[in-house]
Design a protein. Structure first.
Length: 290
């Protein structure tokens, strides 16, 4: 799954949802949680249902960000929006692997009750507490529905009683832990949103670092960030060309019966070959994604 850019869209504004569908984001997160005031929760559910009934979400990657278990709004959310046109759900305030198991069982039962094929819906749990960071690998592995784990930086800072510095040093450990856990569990790590809308240079700098750390994409709070995110989390043209050169150099060495491949005076080892093949495969998937 390609998830370089995941755009948040508050569900209580239909015009925002309509606009987001044509935004070019790899996936949309239709929000029922933080960006929706309590007085608009019911209207937001109705808006999503209207879009689903009209078939507006068909053919798009759509994740609904649900209200957390402790909010007592979860079952109202699911009753209103449970529909096969959805890709899945973003799960908020996940504290441990036990929460993931709970959601897996709940959604499995609802799939049966609604006549939807088993494991139709995917999960993206939000890692936004210190407890979740400490249990992140188990969270990533707890459900086969999980396709990505996402970092909720601001909620994490609040739970940590930390400060959002420039750069945000408090993010270093959770980012590393999330990237390691996700890749170990063979799901995608997704970075926290970059909140300064008019700072393109800052966005590119911070998310390029996340890409270097192994992140596959990031959450976005405005459509103007989509092109930036897609660029940040796509291998550069230079890396793609070098990847093809590495693979070609290895093929030539194998044809010559040599166990050692060289490129620009540098010996190419198995890790470089694996990375090159991953880059090529990713670019092929990206071409299909378009």
């Amino acid at each position: 799954m390609i998830l370089r850019s995941l755009l948040y869209t508050p569900a209580y504004r239909k015009k925002y949802m309509s606009s987001a569908l044509g935004s070019g984001s790899d996936a949309l997160i239709i929000d029922l949680e933080d960006s929706v005031p309590d007085i608009f929760k019911e209207e937001a559910r109705k808006n999503i249902r209207d879009f689903l009934d009209q078939g507006s979400f068909a053919g798009h990657k759509i994740f609904i960000r649900l209200n957390p278990i402790e909010s007592k709004l979860l079952f109202q959310d699911l009753e209103a929006v449970f529909h096969p046109d959805l890709t899945g759900f973003m799960l908020t305030k996940i504290y441990s692997a036990d929460d993931m198991i709970y959601y897996d069982k709940l959604i499995s039962q609802l799939e049966i009750e609604n006549g939807i094929e088993s494991c139709h819906f995917s999960f993206i749990p939000l890692i936004e507490t210190t407890a979740a960071v400490m249990d992140v690998y188990k969270i990533a592995k707890a459900s086969s529905r999980t396709v990505a784990i996402a970092f909720g930086g601001e909620d994490f800072l609040d739970n940590l009683t930390g400060i959002h510095g420039n750069p945000p040093r408090a993010f270093d450990y959770p980012r590393a832990a999330i990237a390691l856990a996700a890749r170990s569990a063979q799901v995608l790590p997704i970075d926290t949103p970059y909140l300064t809308l008019d700072d393109e240079e800052g966005f590119m700098k911070e998310e390029s670092i996340s890409f270097e750390m192994g992140f596959a994409g990031c959450q976005l709070i405005h459509p103007k960030q989509i092109k930036l995110a897609n660029k940040c989390f796509t291998p550069s043209e230079e890396e793609v060309l070098r990847s093809y050169s590495i693979v070609e150099a290895i093929k030539l060495s194998e044809q010559k019966g040599s166990g050692v491949a060289m490129l620009d005076g540098m010996m190419i080892g198995p890790p470089m070959r694996k990375r090159a093949e991953k880059v090529i495969k990713y670019m092929e998937s990206l071409e299909k994604h378009k």
